[in-house]
Each structure stands twice: as structure tokens, then as C-alpha cells.
Design a protein around this ligand. Structure first.
Ligand SMILES: [Zn+2]
Ligand SMILES: [Zn+2]
Length: 344
């Protein structure tokens, strides 16, 4: 129970920080607003047309798009967001939905020719049991279709940040706000964002127990800890398939948090990697792919080829042993390219 309560604070803490600084984020781009999707024609002219569900309207008007893009943003294969359980994110944090149109109207950071690289910075040791950073970097590259560079690892002692020993776990923790301050001085000129990744534990305030991660969108820096994603952190045995679980969790963390850097707020429409998560358990139930609403937001910011993106994701998910997502992306690539559904 204690851990779950803490998780509420922790994820909420990141969110406050991320949203609180989003209005001052760096380079911005506005796009012309489109129309809403037309209401489908009903065969009986006197009958009222069926209302379009909000999760479908949120995708926006796709009719004028090229066939591949229309299929990329087609929702037929996606599952609606289920009703939240009492401890799930949406039950505890009733958030304002952000449709694609809302996203276009929002102040947001997008890459530009001068700032278009996502940098990852390993901080401290990554034991053999940790998720493989090189493959995670490939995953981030495939998900956002931007260049990703992994900087040389730094020692924990090189980071100018206060450390403490957590009273409960007896493990070392870094003071995350000071890590962010240290990162801002290392932001490369061509960086869209710089994310430190560490197996060290973090805390956001002296009165708080821990935090999974923090980010400053204004400064375009973030720090993510993978420490608590490993059951061994709590002295618990690693379950069968623990390595795949650790890779899945690290993937969720990175793509979810970096999506926030593009100005995406939590998805409320579909089962989606950008949806909020109140606990590790809820994050574990999340898919690792973006829904059509969130994919269209990312597309508007980055302008990738959706089918090539799915090819790249299928390859790296396969290498990470995350077979269900590899199959999903491979099927999506076929659907987007040829209009042939091979699954679901
Ligand atoms: Zn989030
Ligand atoms: Zn979504």
C-alpha cells in the first residue's frame, strides 16, 4: 500500500514539473487547424446520425491525407481506454483530454533543423541485468524517427547533485532537481532534448521518498531512473522472463517521458503508451505503442514515414525480445503500406 501511495506522488510529481514548464518550452511551431471529421452519412435521411465517439473525433480530419497516412491514423485495430480501476491513473487524476486539434493549438516544442537530436546520457554503472542501453537508444530512435546519440557514461560522483541514503531502502539516492541543473550545462547545441538514464534511485524533494524521473521542458532536460523497475531493488526475486519485463519497463519509461517533451499530455482516449500510469502495475498493463491520436501528434511534430517507423520498431522490439510489440509493428507496417490487415 505504501509503495502504491508513493507511486501516486511520484508520477504526479513528474507530471506537475513537466506541465508546469511546458508553456515556456523552446522552439515552437504552429500548424493550420483542420476540420473535424465529417459525421458518417446515415442511410435513413430522417434519422439522427450516430454521434462520433470522442476518441475517434480526437484523431481529427484525415480524409484529405495520403492513403498511407489515413491508414496510419485509422483506429480500427486499437482498443478504447478501459474504465479505470479505483487505483488507476484516470480515477485519481481526471485529466483534460488533449485531442489532435488541441495539440496543434498548444505551445509545444518540436524539432527544427538546428535542434533535432535526442541525447541519452548514462549516469553510473549499468549491471549485466540492466536493460541494454544501446538497444534502448535504437528503440528511441525508431519510436521518434530522430537521431539518437548516447553520450559517454559519467560516474555518479561526476554529477553535481546532493546524495542521501534512503531510510527505507538503505540505498543511495540523487537529488533529481540538481541533476537537471547539472544537465542543462551539458546540453549539446543540436539537442532537441537530453535525458539522463540511471540505475541510481532519485528523490525530488527532501520530504519525498523517491521519484521515478523528472524533466524540465523549458530546459529540454530530463532524468529517468530504472532502479525501481527491477524487483531485486526491493529484495524480491526476479520473476521468470524478468529480463524482458525490465526491457519492457525501460521502453515504456523512455518513450512515455520523451513523448511529453514533444508537448503530448497523457492520453485519455485509447490504450496507449502515452496514457498516464499510477503505479508500476498499471504501466505494466500498458502497450508500448502510440494510439492514432498520439501518433498523429508525433507525426505533426516530426514528419516521419509511418510504415518505415513500424519497420524499425518491429526490428528493435524483436531484438529486445518484446515479441508481441514486434508482431504488432510488423502487422501495422503491412497495413499502412498495403491496406492489408494481418492481425486483429
Ligand atoms: Zn506521464
Ligand atoms: Zn494515445
Amino acid at each position: 500500500m505504501l509503495r502504491r501511495w508513493l507511486a501516486v506522488l511520484v508520477v504526479g510529481g513528474f507530471w506537475t514539473i513537466a506541465l508546469g514548464t511546458a508553456c515556456d518550452a523552446g522552439p515552437r511551431q504552429r500548424e493550420p487547424l483542420g476540420k473535424t471529421n465529417p459525421v458518417p452519412m446515415h442511410p435513413a435521411p430522417t434519422a439522427k446520425p450516430a454521434p462520433v465517439p470522442a476518441r475517434v473525433a480526437a484523431i481529427g480530419y484525415t480524409t484529405p491525407l495520403a492513403p498511407e497516412l489515413r491508414r496510419a491514423f485509422d483506429y480500427a485495430a486499437f482498443e478504447p481506454m478501459p474504465e479505470p480501476g479505483p487505483d488507476d491513473w484516470l480515477a485519481r487524476h481526471p485529466e483534460k483530454p488533449q485531442s489532435f486539434q488541441d495539440y496543434l493549438r498548444a505551445d509545444r516544442s518540436v524539432p527544427n533543423p538546428q535542434r533535432n537530436v535526442i541525447y541519452l546520457l548514462p549516469v553510473g554503472a549499468f549491471p549485466a541485468t540492466a536493460p541494454p542501453l544501446a538497444q534502448l537508444a535504437t528503440l528511441v530512435r525508431a519510436f521518434f524517427m530522430l537521431e539518437v546519440k548516447t553520450l559517454p557514461a559519467v560516474n555518479v560522483g561526476d554529477v553535481t547533485a546532493t546524495m542521501r541514503i534512503n531510510e527505507g531502502t538503505k540505498k543511495r539516492q540523487l537529488f533529481a532537481p540538481e541533476v537537471l541543473g547539472w544537465l542543462t550545462k551539458r546540453l549539446p547545441d543540436d539537442a532537441f532534448g537530453l535525458v539522463a538514464v540511471t540505475m541510481e534511485d532519485l528523490y525530488p524533494r527532501p520530504s519525498w521518498n523517491f521519484v521515478f524521473g523528472m524533466a524540465s521542458l523549458k530546459e529540454r532536460v530530463g532524468v529517468q531512473s530504472l532502479a525501481r523497475q527491477d524487483p531485486a531493488f526491493f529484495g524480491e526475486p526476479r520473476p521468470d522472463g524478468g529480463q524482458t519485463l525490465a526491457r519492457r519497463r525501460a521502453t515504456w519509461t523512455l518513450v512515455h517521458e520523451i513523448s511529453h517533451m514533444f508537448g503530448l499530455t497523457h492520453c485519455t482516449y485509447w490504450r496507449c503508451v502515452v496514457a498516464g500510469s499510477n503505479s508500476q502495475d498499471e504501466a505494466d498493463r500498458s502497450p508500448l505503442h502510440a494510439c492514432p491520436v498520439c501518433l498523429r501528434k508525433l507525426y505533426s511534430a516530426i514528419k516521419f514515414d509511418p510504415a518505415s517507423r513500424e519497420d524499425a520498431l518491429a526490428a528493435v522490439f524483436g531484438k529486445l525480445g518484446i515479441d508481441d510489440e514486434a508482431a504488432w509493428s510488423a502487422a501495422r507496417a503491412t497495413w499502412i503500406r498495403n491496406g492489408v490487415r494481418t492481425v486483429r
